[in-house]
Write a protein that binds this ligand. Structure first.
Ligand code: NAD
Ligand code: UFG
Length: 430
């Protein structure tokens, strides 16, 4: 396929170029170089063994963009171009709304006029605001963003959904990235922002290399093990591969789909500093500073049980993390067989978690679910929620809820099917 990459000279775009080429696609880059340099494209060319057509165009420039479409017939667009710094967006809201919103409006309009209606959009975990559910699933309520940058992503998701609703020839994949870090194994491209880095890792590398004196750790009074903010750091090459998968997905599936791109593991700022020091044998000086405006305490993705590539151990770890602070069971269909906690799980079983234990709706194991719920509910508990995860079979999850109702008649048991509905119950169940 021939794919347009807006913002393709940037950090994620340059890594994605390599993965798309390896997957057999042809790419063209449009970038205004506001936060990048054409050198990254030269280095990509060296890695992939060919030049990538590049146009220094601002996507808000309708005529400039049309000229690119006059020269190429695109099958799809991966839309990276945008301003992305959480803190800066609080100081410069107008610039963020203007660039991110207007840029996308012009791009989508030019795309449809030229008959290109497949888009992969760089959205962000910031759309979840201060997340209602940790770890975060795609069903987590979104839209109450804590900063203007997140608002632009959330609003653009709505705009793109409306565009698709009005014209079902559009296929749109919204990718909500967590925190991409790292670099291509060649070491020739990576994250090299202009000016003072806003993101943690490029700042840490500049302190380590002596370019900056110390890192300011924004807040150590969050309710976290060491008080510093927790994020889900995903390797940029894994993220880049996610885009090649999203292109395949959009060609095979109609409509709009949303995917989180994270690892399901959260690390604090000091965890990251310590890991960096250990891995590189260097010291990273830091000072504790006040919290940064627009920041939240923690943000990491849930590992979906539906991930067919997850190993049994990853699934187990994902389940254990997924239950977190939520006093409820999550149910989801198993996509492959495995054995966890001594329980054999068959493909298609409805599997769930209660606290940190695995349950399935198989008759033999409902007993085990009931024992676990017994451990979970205290004398003061009056409410339990069973949350049917995306794709899980309603009848199967009903088996567990019915069995719980019978065994614990004093409990009010709710079976919930959507994130909006579950939200108030999670907290009343705490
Ligand atoms: P980046 O700044 O390295 O890349 C973005 C590119 O877009 C830059 O090269 C910039 O010059 C270009 N650009 C900005 N406005 C433009 C415009 N009006 N016209 C043309 N080009 C323009 O950032 P990145 O980390 O590669 O992020 C890519 C996308 O992913 C962004 O949309 C960002 O919001 C989103 N995202 C990034 C992260 C992250 O932590 N890096 C997390 C979630 C989402
Ligand atoms: N941090 C510091 N000092 C710094 C920079 C960051 O302590 O100099 C802390 C932040 O307070 C936060 C963590 O490091 O706790 C990560 O901060 P980043 O700025 O690296 O990343 P954010 O989570 O704020 O935002 C990033 C991208 C967004 C994206 C979001 C998705 O910048 O574009 O991840 O989770 F939307």
């Amino acid at each position: 396929m021939k794919i347009l990459l807006t913002g393709g000279a940037g950090f994620i775009g340059s890594h994605t170029l390599i993965e798309l080429t390896e997957a057999g696609h042809e790419a063209v880059v449009v970038d205004n170089l506001d936060n990048s340099s054409p050198i990254s494209l030269k280095r990509v060319a060296k890695i992939i063994g060919k030049e990538v057509p590049f146009y220094k165009v601002d996507i808000r420039d309708r005529e400039g963009l049309q000229k690119v479409f006059d020269e190429h017939k695109f099958d799809a667009c991966i839309h990276f171009a945008g301003l992305k710094a959480v803190g800066e967006s609080c100081a410069k809201p107008l610039e963020y709304y203007e660039n991110n919103m207007n840029g996308t409006f012009v791009l989508v309009d030019v795309m449809r006029k030229n008959g290109c209606k497949n888009m992969i959009f760089s959205s962000s975990a910031t759309v979840y605001g201060d997340p209602a559910i940790i770890p975060i699933t795609e069903e987590c309520p979104k839209g109450h963003c804590t900063n203007p940058y997140g608002q632009t992503k959330s609003m653009l998701e709505e705009v793109l959904m409306d565009v698709q609703k009005a014209d079902n020839e559009w296929n749109i994949v919204l990718l909500r990235y967590f925190n991409p870090i790292g670099a291509h194994k060649s070491g020739t491209i990576g994250e090299d922002p202009k000016g003072i880095p806003n993101n943690l890792l490029p700042y840490v590398t500049q302190v380590a290399s002596g370019k900056r004196e110390y890192l300011s750790v924004f807040g150590n009074d969050y309710n976290i093990h060491d008080g510093t903010g927790v994020r889900d750091y995903i390797h940029v090459v894994d993220l880049a591969r996610g885009h090649a998968c999203a292109i395949d997905y959009a060609s095979a599936n109609k409509g709009v789909e949303v995917f989180n791109l994270g690892t399901s593991v959260g690390y604090s700022v000091l965890d990251m500093v310590n890991a960096f020091e250990t891995a590189n044998g260097v010291k990273v000086n830091y000072k504790i500073a006040p919290r940064r405006e627009g920041d939240i305490a923690e943000c990491y993705a849930a590992l979906s049980i539906s991930d067919p590539n997850a190993s049994a151990l990853e699934m187990k770890e994902g389940f254990e993390r997924a239950v977190g602070r939520i006093k409820c069971a999550l149910l989801s269909p198993a996509v492959k067989g495995c054995s966890l906690d001594g329980i054999d799980i068959k493909r298609g079983d409805t599997v769930g978690i209660i606290r940190n234990k695995i349950v399935t709706s198989d008759k033999k194991r409902i007993g085990c679910a009931l024992t676990l719920i017994g451990m979970l509910v205290s004398d003061e508990s009056s409410l339990l929620t069973v949350f049917r995860g995306k794709g899980a079979d309603r009848r199967e999850s009903r088996k567990i809820t019915d069995a719980v109702r019978e065994r614990y008649p004093r409990l009010e048991v709710y079976e919930i099917y959507s994130a909006e509905e579950i939200y108030p119950y999670i907290f009343s169940a705490e």
